[in-house]
Structures are given as C-alpha cells and as structure tokens.
Design a protein around this ligand. Structure first.
Ligand code: PEP
Ligand code: MG
Length: 589
C-alpha cells in the first residue's frame, strides 16, 4: 500500500473487489470505538432493556463455553482467552455501569454497551502495559458479541441520514451488507475479501463498490471522514477537495443516464447479429433482487441463492416465512423461468443459528447438498415450501442442487425429491445440477441422462481447480478465469450439454462480467445468469456480436498456453468487435 499526501487530501491505495465509485462518510463496522449517535428510550422500556442485557450476557457465556469445548484438545486456539471473556461478562463493574447508563441516562442497550465499553477501552489503553492493552481488545470482542445478538433480529436494518462508506476492520461478510439500509451505503472498504466472496457478490448486486487490502485503515481514517472511493482504480481519496467532489457528482449523473438508457432499451429478448437467441437470466438472493432483475430486463432467474432467506435471523424460518419468500420471487418473475437453488449453507454462508461443527477448511467441508442429505428435515421443509409456493403461483420453476460431487450423491437427492413430491401429491419439479466441483463437471456426460438442466458455478469451480481461496486477495493472482485448463473445461461442458440436449447456463460471476461476454458467446454459451444490474449492458453487447464470428475468434485461445496471453487476446478482440459498447459501461470512460 502507498499513501501520497497533498495539503488536505490523502490518497490510499488497495485492491478492487467490486467495481464502481462512491462518495460518503466513514462508518466503522466491527469496531467498538465507533461512536454512533446515542439512541434514547423511555422510562417504561428500562426493565425490558435490562432483561435483554441479562439474556444476551448469558447467551454470550454459553457460546464461549461451546467454543471452548469444541477447541478442547486441539492446539488451534488458546481456550484460556474464552475464560477471560466469561470473566468480563460477569464483571460487576461492567454490568453495573451498563445498567446505570440505561436507567439514569435512558440510553438504549446498544448505546449503553458501546459507551461503557469505550470507557473501559480508553482506561485500558491509557494504562500503557501490554497486559491492559490486551484487555482492551477483549473488551472490543465482548461489546461486538453482545451487540451482534441485538442486531440479528428478523428484517431489522440500520439506517443512516447521510450517504456512508462502510469501513470493515476484518474480513467483510454478507451480513455487513445486509444489516444496513443499502440506499445509503455508497461503498465499502474492507481489510480483506475476494472478488467472488459472497459479500462481494451481494455488494455487486446492489451496485456498491468495494476496495480491500488498505493497510492501517483504522489509523488513517476516522469515523465521519469524507471518502471518495474509486474501486476501478483501487483508490480512496480521504477528505477530497470541493472541485473533485463536484466532478464526481457530474460523472455520477452521466453514469446514471447511460444505465437508464440501456435499461429502457433491453426489456426484451436479445439475439446475436446472426440471429442466435441468447437468454440473459438473473442471479437473485432476496425478493427485492427479483424486482430489480425484472426492471433490468431479465429473461428469468438462473440462480436464486435461497440461503439468504436465513440471513439476519435468530431461528430457522418457519414454513410460512419460507413460502412467503418463494411466492414473492415467483410473483415478481410472472411466467418467466425461475431456477431455485436449494440452500447452499456452509463455506462463508453460515447462519447465526445453525450449529456448524468447527471446520478448518469450511469450503471443503460440510456444505450445501452434503448438509441437505444429512438433514432431511431441512431438505424436506425447503422443498415443500418451494413446491407449495410454486403451485399456488403457477410458477415456471426448476430446482437446482449446489456442490454436487458424485453421481450417487445426485441420485440420492433426486430420489428424495421424488419421495417428497409423492407425499405432497404434486408433480416432480424439473431438477438440475450446479456444476461447481471438478469431479462432477469432468464427468458431466454421466449426469446428462439424470438431469433436466445444468448450470456452471464458476466461482467455486475455479477455486477448487486452482486451489486458490475465492475470498483471499493474497492468492487472487491464481484465481484466474482465463487459465487455459479452466477454459477447456468450460468449453467441454458447453459441448457435452449441447450434444445431449441439456440446457446449460453459467451463473458464476464470470458470466456477469461484460468483458467476458464475447468470450462466452464465442465458446457457444446461450444462457447467461448474471447480477441484475449488468443485464442491459450484456444484452447490448450480445446484440452487437455475431455468434459465428465470435466462435471463429475465440477458437484461437486454445492454441495459447498462458492465462496472461489469453487475457491479452480477449482484450484485443473485445476492442475490435465491441470496443465502442464496452466504453459505454458507467464509469468506464
Ligand atoms: C458459484 O460457485 O459459481 C455459484 C454460483 O455459487 P455461489 O457463488 O453461491 O457459491
Ligand atoms: Mg458455489
């Protein structure tokens, strides 16, 4: 990281995780020294807040005891720290001051915990010895832990008056995005996070740029500082000068105009210049994304990430809540096709209430279909809810399974869907596999007689093929969709599905990047599933590409043996064939 100091502005550099630009004031997430505005309560609420305090303290102690048990006997973690946390949670001084702040100042519990924790931290820090400095970070942990329970209420989001930039002083997670009023979040700065992490995918869906990898964030930026984030360049301007802000605002208006023009144009199907129909479907997580997708001209949804139904909840959602969620998505889609993916729990998507075993390698662990086959209760409840909602909405739906690794695993899941459909007295839905594990995609031909459709999850597929964690910017240089072996696997999968009459889409982030549209059309892809916002630009590109010509040009990449040279080739033909359209992408100029 470099910093260049001018008189007032300061420029910080990091890595682009989600493209775009945004301007707002710094709001720290996951840091107790942040002073949010204090929220007051009435005297009648005091008793309830004190009871809540006791409840969440007990819950935190139980959680710490649970962690201590799961780490016992391993050398992974010094469990004595967990005893210190319990000790702080029972400390009469801490408890007394929080209760006093609630009862006499009428602060709500969150404000009281933050204020008291801040006092403790200041005192520990000023004591100077390393022992007390460590206690101050323990206090941060306790404060964040207690507050996290309060913020995990169904549907509750934090709102701001001003436009904000979230500053996340740890790895950036999906809940960091989902906990806030997204109309006010203009960018995110985070200590770490990869381009296809689930948090990044969500941010991209909502048009929120993300920069990561800036060192010493907490020392360089203060809460409330004005920040101009240019994720395309991976830079952040701290306290930008007025003319810079004015120039940004003018560009923002221009970008909005280009987006709107393309959006208005593409609420219709798209054909290549030589008449091949290409479907552009949407990836959605929440019902509001489905509305956004329709507004942006989707031809259906190619991926509903249903595990987001579990975000920000204290308990597993009841069948009624589940049916409402699916019904809202089906209603938004009308008679368009809708591919609902069964819950992909695990990896970096672990709901707060879900008892996950402690895993050293969660992306390689108990995840998705592996959980569903063991937890048939959850499997059946989700399936029933989807089918009931689909039946009532007369939805044109399909069900897709994530992380399928072997044919026998797939046949087991399929047999269970047949059983549940029979119990429900409903027709068996069309079923498909999300090919994202190398063992499965390399044997796609053995699946074709057992599936109705297929999709490729390039986000996971690439991390498993390259052994490079999709969330880790440090190894991002290896996570490259132009690797020759990866492109050969994609090409073969497209051929196998075409030869066997199986519709195939790509729903990983690779398909949503407009710089890959020509490449994928050239490989023969006819179904894209992408973030709603990028549908118009991708349709615009497709309408200017000839299917035959793209195939002719892309064929050459298989004679090239390095990812860098392939990237250069793609860049060159992009420029030749669709350069003027790519230049229209908001902020690209
Ligand atoms: C993928 O892995 O490409 C995919 C679409 O699934 P997710 O990103 O939700 O893991
Ligand atoms: Mg995946």
């Amino acid at each position: 990281m470099t910093t260049e100091t001018t008189i007032r502005e300061k420029k910080l550099s990091g890595i682009c995780i989600v493209e775009g630009k945004g301007l707002g004031r710094a709001h720290f997430v996951g840091r107790v020294v942040q002073h949010d505005t204090v929220e007051n309560i009435t005297r009648q609420d005091v008793g309830e807040q004190i009871m809540l305090f006791n409840e969440i303290r007990t819950r935190a102690k139980e959680d710490y005891r649970g962690y201590a048990k799961s780490f016992k006997g391993t050398s992974a973690f010094d469990v004595s720290i967990l005893n210190i946390y319990e000790h702080i949670l029972d400390d009469p001084a801490f408890i007394g001051q929080v209760v006093e702040t609630v009862t006499s100042k009428l602060y709500n519990l969150e404000s009281a915990i933050r204020t008291v924790s801040n006092d403790f931290i200041k005192r520990f820090n000023s004591a100077g010895t390393s022992y007390f400095k460590e206690r101050s970070s323990d206090m941060v942990e306790i404060c964040e832990k207690l507050i996290s329970y309060m913020n995990a209420e169904d549907g509750k989001t934090k709102s701001f008056n001003d436009e904000m930039v979230l500053v996340v002083l740890r790895a950036f997670t999906p809940s960091d995005i989902l906990s806030y009023d997204l109309t006010k979040v203009k960018a995110v700065l985070s200590v770490s996070g990869g381009k296809t992490s689930h948090a990044a995918i969500l941010a991209r869906t909502y048009g929120i740029p993300v920069v990561s990898g800036i060192l010493n964030l907490s020392e360089l930026i203060r809460p409330g500082d004005e920040l101009l984030v240019d994720a395309d360049m991976g830079t952040v301007l701290l306290n930008p000068e007025k003319p810079v802000v004015e120039e940004f605002r003018a560009l923002e208006i221009k970008a909005a105009y280009v987006s709107k023009t393309l959006k208005d144009k593409w609420c219709r199907p798209v054909y290549t210049r030589d008449g091949v129909h290409i479907e552009v479907l949407a990836n959605v997580s929440l019902p509001q994304d489905a509305l956004l997708a329709v507004e942006h001209g989707c031809d259906g949804t190619g991926l509903v990430r249903t595990e987001y139904l579990l975000s920000n909840r204290k308990d597993f959602p009841s069948p009624q809540i589940q049916v409402e969620y699916y019904s809202a998505i089906f209603k938004a889609m009308g008679n368009r096709e809708c591919v609902v993916r069964m819950m992909d729990i695990g990896g970096d998507k672990i709901p707060e209430f879900f008892k996950m075993p402690n895993e050293f390698n969660p992306f390689m662990g108990w995840r998705a279909i592996r959980i569903l086959l063991e937890r048939r209760d959850l499997f059946e409840e989700q399936l029933r809810s989807i089918m009931i909602a689909a039946g009532a909405s007369k939805a044109n739906y399909k069900i897709m399974f994530p992380m399928v690794t072997t044919l026998s695993e797939w046949l087991e899941a399929k047999a269970f869907v047949n059983e549940v459909s029979e119990r429900l007295g409903m027709p068996v839905p069309r079923l498909g596999v999300l090919f994202e594990v190398p063992l499965a995609i390399l044997e796609m031909n053995t699946f074709t007689s057992e599936i109705d459709f297929a999709s490729i999850g390039t986000n996971d597929l690439l991390q498993y093929l390259s052994a490079a964690d999709r969330n880790n910017p440090k190894v991002n240089y290896l996570y490259n969709p132009t690797e020759p072996a990866f492109l050969k696997i994609i090409r073969n999968a497209i051929e196998v599905s075409r030869d066997n009459g199986i519709p195939l889409s790509i729903c990983g982030e690779m398909a949503g990047n407009p710089y890959n549209t020509l490449l994928l059309v050239g490989l023969g892809l006819t179904r894209f599933s992408v973030i709603p916002r990028n549908i118009p630009i991708i349709k615009e590109l497709i309408s200017n590409i000839s299917f035959g010509e793209a195939a002719e040009n892309i064929r050459h990449i298989f004679a090239i043996d390095t990812a860098d040279s392939i990237s250069r080739w793609i860049k060159k033909i992009n420029k030749q064939m669709v350069g003027d359209i790519l230049a229209k992408i908001p902020w690209a100029e």
